[in-house]
Design a binder for this molecule. Structure first.
Ligand code: FMN
Length: 187
């Protein structure tokens, strides 16, 4: 098994495609975002990497809030559109049906199976990006996306992103129970 080297700028495989909702100068805006990670459990924190020049960065810095919405695969066109046009030039507020939760400046998308509203708790300044860390204040879904009371990835049918081939994917096959299947190797 001979290893070969490729570009150091390798992707974290795969990332979900999310739509980050913000309010900028009083208007809702949504951007496509793949660079997201859960970074703490208690309290529940998510981190998102957002280029400093984007309209979304302005909104988060202004309101100290944002939302994370998971589009389903049938929303691929609208999700991609949110990643190729900027709210600086194009009004993206009428693309989706919008609702608000506890935070009045974190617009969420009714069509998305899962939405989280987040309160900004920290900002890490990176060379070209801000890494915004937000606490999930509340999550929203619908009964039809749950199995045994938990979000079911097959029912939600989220979009996944790979780079540098810049491709969208859907979720594949179930591979085993986490924190469990490895017990078979315990001695
Ligand atoms: C699938 C996809 C994923 C993206 N992920 C990110 C990301 O994680 N961080 C980022 O800064 N830009 C990302 N972008 C680019 C922004 O979505 C894009 O620049 C967008 O126009 C910004 O909108 P805004 O200026 O209204 O905030 C992504 C674009 C696409 C198509």
């Amino acid at each position: 098994m001979k290893k070969i080297t490729i570009d150091a700028n390798t992707y974290v495989y795969p990332n979900p495609v999310t739509l980050v909702g913000t309010q900028v100068e009083g208007k809702a805006n949504f951007m496509a975002l793949g660079w997201i990670s859960r970074v703490n459990a208690k309290p529940p924190l998510v981190g998102i990497g957002v280029n400093r020049v984007l309209h979304t960065a302005k909104g988060i810095r202004e309101t100290k809030t944002f939302s994370v919405n998971y589009p389903s695969a049938d929303m691929v066109e609208a999700a991609d559109y949110c990643g190729i046009v900027s709210g600086k030039k194009v009004d993206k507020s009428d693309l989706f049906e919008i609702f608000y939760g506890h935070l009045k400046t974190a617009p969420m998308i009714k069509e998305c199976p899962l939405c989280m509203e987040c309160k900004l708790i920290d900002t890490v300044e990176l060379p070209t990006n801000y890494f915004f860390i937000g606490e999930i204040v509340m999550s929203y879904t619908e009964e039809k996306y749950l199995t045994d009371g938990k979000p079911d990835i097959k029912k939600m049918n989220p979009l996944l992103l790979t780079m540098p081939d810049n491709s969208y994917w859907t979720v594949g096959e179930y591979a085993g129970k986490a924190w469990s299947i490895g017990k078979a190797l315990k001695k």
